[in-house]
Design a protein around this ligand. Structure first.
Ligand code: SAM
Length: 331
């Protein structure tokens, strides 16, 4: 697909033909299996001041927490009990808290004590950090590039360079060379974002040969500068548009793992998750963060969490899958 075809699919009056095509490609490359990956939100402490994120450093109203390592390992044990194969360790960006050595040790413990694969999502980190974690057994890293529009990226990430290589794309390329399976992606509906730039984002995912794609709607947080910004977006914040992007990602990267994201479920709590799967996604990421911390990982308001510790919540997800002819697989 080229940019004109992508734009035509994003603008078409209706998306069902595209979704059907994406389902057919997923069936060919992934069969009927859906991976469940346990999301563990390690901490809400963040050094960064991203204009859109409720955990930004300047948001004095945000309550901050950090999990202990033994709590993280206990969550990974729960993931194993629930039949998951992978945990995703995500946190606000804070190298002083999540030091190279501490994360390496945590990865070793999770691998050794629970057998779970480890995906890291700890933001922009040095080449030496990611090398050490790869060495410790982390095989995958998620880092959304958020947008390939350099001016927009610089505007919403204070301190980011305006020129030169996109810092997050640079890190993703470095990690690919280090042997990671890499996940990139973007937010949809940022103020000032254009459809053309979303088409570029999708083409960039293909150019990166991304192994995983994390994309979802931008949800305004009133406690952030971007949340109060009334600049219109050229990109809709809605379920249909998000699903078109999943479908296009599936066609561009037939083998990629694509989660139906929490942000999509937040937009449409009743159907969002399944609509994502109906448009080519093949991963669920139930939230395994302990209940005492979960509300404080507030990147946007009203975040819907699949409350995983209750096995019946996972059973309900499995039943949802069955309605689409899909089933949980471990990996
Ligand atoms: N610090 C790590 C990083 O930057 O990759 C991981 C945590 S960060 C909170 C994870 C993702 O949350 C970001 O990549 C961004 O796409 C998403 N996010 C943050 N604020 C959001 C918002 N208001 N609406 C939708 N997604 C948001």
């Amino acid at each position: 697909m080229d940019k004109a075809e992508i734009l035509a699919a994003l603008r078409a009056p209706e998306g069902e033909a595209l979704f059907a095509q994406a389902r057919a490609v997923r069936a060919e490359t992934k069969g009927d299996g859906v991976f469940f990956r346990g999301l563990i939100e390690l901490s809400s402490v963040c050094d960064r001041d991203c204009l859109y994120c409720g955990m930004r450093r300047s948001n004095a109203a945000a309550h901050r927490y950090a999990m202990r390592d033994d709590e993280v390992v206990a969550c990974a044990r729960l993931a194993r009990e629930l039949g998951f194969g992978t945990v995703v360790l995500q946190a606000g960006e804070c190298p002083a808290l999540w030091t190279r050595r501490r994360v390496a040790e945590l990865v070793r413990r999770v691998r050794g004590e629970t057998g779970q694969h480890v995906t890291l999502s700890l933001g922009e980190r040095t080449e030496a950090d990611t090398a050490a974690w790869r060495e410790a057994g982390a095989a995958r890293y998620l880092l959304r590039f958020e947008t390939t529009d350099r001016a927009l990226f610089a505007r919403i990430h204070p301190g980011a360079p305006v020129g030169g290589e996109h810092p997050r794309l640079a890190q993703l390329r470095r990690m690919k060379a280090q042997g990671y399976a890499i996940g990139g992606g973007m937010m949809l509906g940022l103020p000032g974002q254009t459809l053309e730039s979303v088409a570029d984002d999708l083409l960039t995912l293909r150019e990166l040969n991304a192994d995983m794609v994390g994309l979802g709607p931008y949800l305004a947080h009133p406690g952030t500068p971007l949340g109060r910004d009334k600049t219109p977006s050229g990109v809709p914040v809605d379920v249909d548009f998000t699903c078109r992007c999943y479908a296009l990602a599936r066609l561009l990267l037939p083998h990629a793992n694509i989660p139906s994201t929490t942000a999509l479920s937040t937009l449409d709590p009743a159907n969002g998750r399944l609509r994502g799967l109906s448009s080519g996604a093949n991963v669920f990421m139930p939230n395994l963060t302990p209940a005492a911390y979960r509300a404080d990982y507030q990147i946007y308001p009203g975040k819907i969490c699949v409350v995983a510790p209750q096995a019946d919540a996972i059973d309900a997800l499995r039943a949802d899958l069955a309605t689409l002819g899909l089933r949980q697989v471990t990996g």
